[in-house]
Design a protein around this ligand. Structure first.
Ligand SMILES: N[C@@H](CCC(=O)N[C@@H](CS)C(=O)NCC(=O)O)C(=O)O
Length: 202
């Protein structure tokens, strides 16, 4: 049995969605962000020293980092969501699994933190904005005609990409990145995503 340590309104939703999608039994342990700071409660540090979410417990191991979690869950419960090793698709899978957290999330996080600095952050803004465009345009270009990343059906990379894609299409992003907007819309319409969303809100 998988236990998911889930923080509300967080990247952990992609893991809950994946578990709902593949129909694996899991136990949800819910945590709520501090109303003022929006940070995770201290109890999460008792589960994993980073004190962040998502974290899963699986086969006696505690695993942090969304990409590692998605990879582990797919490898053991939905191997069809990972391309075969040795193929070009597998290399693309590997690149995008790392890209989703390692590159795509840095400019939005910088934008969030520098927004607290007011005018002092002005010299950084052009670079943050151009990197945001660079990453989101790359994501837009990587979507296949089927509306998925890497494979023509739901794959591990789709589960990783939903989070940065939602950020890309926020505000006026949907007109700038129409393929990403369709991707986000299609995923939000999936019954498994809606079940996960309802549990996140509940
Ligand atoms: N790269 C990590 C990021 C984990 C992360 O930063 N999670 C956020 C939620 S979106 C968190 O727990 N923030 C609360 C905090 O830092 O107190 C992953 O992909 O799992």
């Amino acid at each position: 049995m998988i236990r998911l340590h889930h923080l509300n309104r967080s990247r952990s939703l992609r893991i809950m969605w994946l578990l709902e999608e593949i129909g694996v039994d899991f136990e949800l342990v819910a945590y709520h962000r501090d109303k003022q700071t929006r940070l995770a409660p201290a109890e999460l540090q008792d589960i994993h020293p980073l004190g962040k979410s998502p974290v899963i417990e699986m086969d006696g191991r505690v695993i942090a980092e969304s990409a590692a979690i998605v990879e582990m869950i797919c490898a053991t419960h939905a191997p069809q969501m990972i391309p075969d090793q040795g193929t070009a698709s597998y290399v693309q899978h590997l690149e995008l699994m790392h890209f989703a957290e390692g590159s795509a999330m840095l400019p939005p996080l910088l934008a969030l933190y520098t927004s607290m600095l007011g005018e002092a952050a002005a010299p950084l803004q052009p670079r943050i904005t151009s990197e945001m465009r660079n990453h989101f345009s790359y994501m837009e270009s990587q979507l296949r005609a089927s509306g998925h990343f890497v494979l023509d059906e739901l794959s591990a990379v789709d589960a990783m990409m939903i989070f940065p894609a939602e950020i890309a299409v926020r505000d006026d992003g949907a007109t700038q990145y129409p393929a990403l907007a369709k991707f986000v819309e299609a995923i939000h319409a999936r019954p498994a995503y809606q079940r996960a969303q309802a549990r996140d809100n509940g």
